[in-house]
Write a protein that binds this ligand. Sequence first.
Ligand SMILES: [Zn+2]
Length: 482
Amino acid sequence: MAKKFYITTSIFYVNSPPHAGSALEMVQADVLARYHRQFDEDVFFLTGADEHGLKIFKKAQELDKSVQQLVDENTAKFKDLTKVLNLSNNDFIRTTDQKRHWPAVHKIWQMLNKKGDIYKDKYQGLYCVGCEAYLNESDLVDGKCPIHRKAPEILEEENYFFRLSKYIPKVKKIIEKDELVIIPKTRKNEVLGLIKQGVKDISISRTKENLVWGVSVPNDDKQICYVWFEALCNYISALGYDSNDKKFNRYWPADVHCIGKDILRFHALLWPAMLLSAGLSLPKKIFVHGFITSEGQKISKSLGNVVDPFELVKKYGTDPVRYYLLREFASTEDGDFSIKRFKERYNADLANGLGNLVSRVLALVEKSGIKNSESGILNQGINKKVKSIQKNYKKALDEIKFHEALESIWQLISFCDEFIEKNKPWELAKTDEKKFKLIILDLLLALKEIAGLLEPFLPTTSEKILAQLKQNKKTEALFPRL
Ligand SMILES: [Zn+2]
């Protein structure tokens, strides 16, 4: 049986429509899914929508809409974005899905409860609605949540608690030993630092007086599951935990959870502890990306610098947007979206680099009458270069460094350009037909290689290159200059 590969994005919080950060996470996960499919692995790629919680409830009130209407509208936009960005996801889970998601949440709850890991207690704490989490005094900066820059509310209620602290020593060991790999290392250290500060048990429910929009707690109609507790379950509910054992056993555990840096602690502490308590295997890797700023500033509606991925794609096409997000900044760092940089990258790398090489080679092919199906012997040094590029590319993707994998493809493109300059095939055509033919065949094989390496990143472009190669001629410009 083929090896399985299960990759997820986080589920997107649908209190507002998608932004550039959502697009980044989507395309990052898509690259890994497509890359693993190239090895004939049985890939399951999941994305979805997180539709519960106080923040969404309040947003709906603010907009004078029903909560269901708000989540339906925004979730539809995230689904659209998966299409617009040409994602190859196999599924899209919604946490309002009462048939798929809720039963799995209830089952997990019951598993934890059976273990004696759930208890009732009174709790008073500082609650940040933006984070959907209780904060410690020590988390605050000037009395405010450092992320949302708002003073937290004081909430007091009797809730159910999960014995998170009981599992922390084990989680710590698992992370230290890289049985659960956290990429990059700085994020691993961040989690270990949080553990060092001390991790307390966590409230995993809210009274219905304070929150009505969510999954009810089993056998207690006065309480609703805490949104994080329930949202994390999407990774198993989508596989049919509690309804489809075959599928669940096939794909679980996740090979990679792709997430943003702001939700690391839920994925690296709470989620593994829940799984340990339920007796389920742990995910193998958590890949953490940074935030996107716009023109050097934090993206905010009031600044009017929101990057709309739909508009970008409409204007420039899907592959250039994917390219920018994956190439412009290091995969695990914060990155900036700047239209000026976008255009520079487009013209330099896509139009002049890749597009120009493809059209140059195909013009030579057309002139030579050589068919790309003719077999060539790589003898002009391209073979060696291709091998070393393949090695760098694989290493970069195994370490989840998208920008480095792309950089290696562009090294091959530059190499081909130099190869053409050096060998001057247009002169050889007149003086040495045999050598001319070999040069062209070398270039054709390099182009095919480039198309293959590009596929996970720029799937449509890759397809277009292969289609033109099949016809032995240039049929369209890949990237018209801006
Ligand atoms: Zn906050």
